[in-house]
Design a binder for this molecule. Structure first.
Ligand SMILES: [Ca+2]
Ligand SMILES: [Ca+2]
Length: 306
């Protein structure tokens, strides 16, 4: 079979060359990431006493010598940081090993401010890297069952205000932060003298002013082209203990469902914990017996290990 050879005209070659140049120019205008912070997400059961979520850092250009980071939870009725019971954050084995770490809840256990710095002025800062695990957040989930919203999200939000979250290089410069200065001069004229001392003055124009006060206002914000903050979340799943078949009511139908699951290769409970009526960590025939005892013989309530 003959090949179809196509030849390119000089005009087509020039057009292709122009497109290539434009593509290269477009690439050059894309700002490079200076700072990236990402909180992971997870699913947890109501009543979980320890839920961990990783916080990851990209600092591809600059070393990090210190930072402060503030995280707030979107809901205060589901999850809280483990501030009272254990450590709220853990840096074991992370890229922050050796750093001095401090944290405190400014107002509640749903609000966490973390401070970190290299241990000594001569110790090395955190070298440029991407994707490193900075630390893990330790949290716990309340076991209360809400009237609605059986499957809900608690967002772990990074406060992006430079007054609450900032990363510093070894020279004290904030990474990814844009700082703008605005100069403003206000002129005054005296309207009442007491000898050589002015005891009252009014603001006036520069032309007639006798003295001035120079103000400098500073505005700082993160350059969104160079900085990326990605929030995470804890998805909390609530369930009715003993409700193995998931119809919302723990009753004899759940005992039948479990027997079918164990002996007839029937479907497993959607949430395996719901079938663990006696709370021994397994979902088996003993739980069906437990449910029958609960329904017909006024036996103890299902516990599901909670
Ligand atoms: Ca049921
Ligand atoms: Ca069980």
């Amino acid at each position: 079979m003959p090949f179809n050879h196509k030849s390119f005209s000089p005009r087509a070659i020039i057009s292709l060359f122009s497109i290539l140049i434009l593509c290269l120019m477009a690439q050059n205008t894309v700002a490079q990431l200076e700072l990236g912070l990402r909180i992971d997400s997870t699913t947890a059961w109501a009543g979980d006493s320890m839920v961990t979520v990783g916080v990851y850092l990209d600092n591809p250009l600059d070393s990090v010598a210190a930072f402060e980071l503030t995280i707030i939870m979107s809901r205060s009725d589901q999850v809280e940081f483990c501030i009272d019971d254990t450590t709220a954050i853990d840096t074991t084995g992370t890229i922050l090993s050796g750093f001095n770490i401090g944290y405190y809840p400014p107002s509640s256990n749903h609000y966490l401010r973390i401070l970190a710095s290299k241990p000594h002025p001569t110790a090395p800062a955190l070298a440029p890297q991407t994707g490193g695990l900075l630390f893990t957040l330790n949290m716990k989930v309340y076991d209360s069952f809400p009237n609605s919203d059986p499957d809900s999200i608690t967002v772990l939000q990074i406060i992006e205000n430079p007054g609450f979250t900032g990363f510093s290089d070894p020279y004290g410069d904030n990474i990814g932060l844009v700082v703008e200065y605005e100069y403003d001069t206000t002129w005054y004229s005296c309207i009442e003298w007491d000898g050589p001392v002015c005891i009252d003055s009014v603001e006036t124009t520069e032309e007639f002013g006798e003295w001035f006060v120079e103000d400098i206002s500073i505005t700082s914000y993160y350059d969104t082209n160079a900085v990326s903050f990605d929030n995470g979340y804890v998805r909390v799943v609530y369930y009715n203990c003993g409700d193995a078949n998931g119809d919302g009511i723990p009753n004899v139908g759940d005992a039948v469902f479990l027997i079918n699951y164990v002996f007839n290769n029937g479907p497993a409970p959607d949430q395996i914990e719901t079938g663990d009526a006696n709370g021994d960590g397994l979902s088996n025939v003993a739980d069906a017996v437990y449910m029958i005892n609960f329904v017909f013989k006024n036996g103890p309530d299902p516990t599901c290990g909670q």
